[in-house]
Design a protein around this ligand. Structure first.
Ligand code: KIV
Length: 270
């Protein structure tokens, strides 16, 4: 294991990467083995995203995800991580008021082992973000296409194409930055807007479908590993084809069981 993988990365170290022009690599993970593999590979942050509602739990959106789901999966992922910063998503309905946000963020940190929390929205969640930051909780913002309120945005669509909407997203970014978020996700916004925000905010920006001008990138693990989730957004690059590999392995196993080839003598006890 490389030297720096032995040390737990801090929020400050993540922030410093922006000044050092070092790109930040983030992947989602929702359980122990994947969090362990990504951590050992050297990701800077493991995001226990509420995307788990869709890619793990089979929901149609992230809306049904509960605090119980997030606590359960964050516990599993955080047990595995030795180096990366573990960021847990606050699910829909868990941060409507500053006090509720504080109570639930503290649960994710104290009970489930998260280092930081992420919540969606800009100026609309100003009071919640301010409350968490005041309590010393590292907060990651998430603006642009916000899946928890995607329906109100017209679905999973690029946001900020027209100048008025772009100005609103920029104002949201500046608001979050001013409140003291340590980083923010920019999801599905035009590259030029993401680059402009990245230049104008102090904190690192983490893009997903936001081009190459952000300070870092995040992908949902199932998308980048080629495990089908029903959609294949254009911004995803596939680094593996696990759905095919796993299906083939399962088929080979079924064939061997049915033909009596498995188990062999060597795989059995005398
Ligand atoms: O829930 C999630 O996985 C996310 C990422 C897509 C940024 O919020």
């Amino acid at each position: 294991m490389a030297e720096n993988l032995m040390i737990r990365i801090s929020v400050k170290a993540i922030c410093d990467k922006k000044a050092q022009r070092e790109k930040i690599a983030v992947l989602t993970a929702y359980d122990f083995p994947f969090a362990r593999m990504f951590d050992t590979a050297g990701v800077d942050m493991v995001l226990v995203g509420d995307s788990l509602g869709m890619v793990v739990l089979g929901h149609q959106s992230t809306v049904p995800v509960t605090m119980r789901d997030m606590l359960h999966h964050t516990r599993a992922a955080s047990r595995a991580v030795k180096h990366a910063l573990v960021v847990a998503d606050m699910p829909f309905g868990s941060y409507e008021t500053p006090e509720r946000a504080l109570r639930n963020a503290l649960r994710l940190i104290k009970e489930a082992g998260a280092d930081a929390v992420k919540l969606e929205g800009g100026r609309a969640v100003e009071k919640q973000v301010a409350r968490l930051v005041k309590a010393g909780i590292p907060v990651m913002g998430h603006i642009g296409m916000t899946p928890q309120t995607a329906s109100g945005l017209g679905g999973y669509k690029v946001q900020g194409r027209d100048p008025k909407q772009a100005a609103q997203i920029l104002a949201d970014a500046k608001c979050l930055d001013g409140l003291g978020v340590f980083a923010m996700v920019l999801e599905c916004v035009p590259s030029a807007l993401a680059a402009k925000i990245t230049r104008q905010v102090k904190c690192p920006t983490i893009g997903i479908g936001a081009g190459s001008g952000t300070d870092g990138q995040v992908l949902v693990m199932h998308d980048m590993l080629g495990i089908e989730s029903g959609v294949r957004p254009r911004f995803v690059r596939r680094y593996a084809e696990l759905e095919k590999t796993i299906s083939r392995a399962a088929q080979d196993y079924i064939r061997d069981v049915r033909s009596g080839k498995f188990p062999s003598k060597a795989e059995s006890f005398e």
